[in-house]
Design a protein around this ligand. Sequence first.
Ligand code: C2E
Ligand code: MG
Ligand code: MG
Ligand code: MG
Length: 283
Amino acid sequence: RAKSMQRAGHFYYSRSMGVEIRERVRMMHALRTAFGQNQLFVVYQPQIDLVTRRPVGAEALLRWQTADGKFVSPDKFIPIAEYSGLIIDMGEWVMRTACRELVGLRAAGHDNFTMSINVSQVQFRHPYFLEMLRRALADTGAPPEFVELEITESMAMEEPDLLIKMLAQIKQTGVSIAIDDFGTGFSSLSYLQRLQIDRLKIDRAFVTEITGSARGSSIAEMVIQLGRNLGLAVIAEGVEDERQAQILQSLGCPLAQGFLFARPMTADALNGWLSNDALAGVA
Ligand code: C2E
Ligand code: MG
Ligand code: MG
Ligand code: MG
């Protein structure tokens, strides 16, 4: 009897859900299974000094390839991981994986290389976030001064007091903080000044616009200027062609990341890329 009720309940539930929600639930189960079976992996996209054109660090980006070989975009599965709470364990795993990779790169002689790791607001608000971070650093031996956390601007705008307190505590661990997708969230300048952050990441949308009109480059220009005034490092994301790189450089943007320089790549590929092309100046 219990069984038939369950079935009936399930049927009722399914019918009342929209296709979109059902798809989300399906994906949530698939994601949980994939994570449990080590089918997720981390790729690394180099970050480049625009003047020397040498790599100075990398951003860790999560990848999910399903059993049939298809890649699911993080823009799709990260929200599901957040919604289901899976992001807590997944985010911790990314943190530890990227920290270990950093330690490996240092052992291979890339001494000043930095590692940027994306942090979801769900992770960030979790009561054990700081402990998780400290443990990841301690267990992997990753030097905090070379680890950076990326939080999004939209996330930075909510609950200012909590954020200010959290950032102060994170700073005590020695890791630095970047505001990702900067320019899309309209944070007020006076608020920004109160945050203990180290770097602004110009959103790809403004890099794409840069080669258009003078107006198109105005936001990128403003962020670069803002960084200079506040003493923050600035990096441009999504640089796809040489003209964009040159304009950014002429505007005084020190760092960039994008397909022009390198696509996100596996740890093995990064190790090879760093020891060959990049250091030979072919990057
Ligand atoms: P994001 O942090 O802003 O990452 C930059 C995205 O731009 C990445 O997409 C990267 O592959 C892509 N990209 C880099 N250079 C170029 C370029 O020249 N042109 C274009 N068109 N795209 C470029 P990806 O890997 O698909 O990640 C999308 C978003 O998913 C990330 O945006 C980030 O918000 C989130 N994400 C990825 N990995 C993680 C993770 O481990 N944890 C969390 N919480 N979020 C993650
Ligand atoms: Mg990012
Ligand atoms: Mg970004
Ligand atoms: Mg982005």
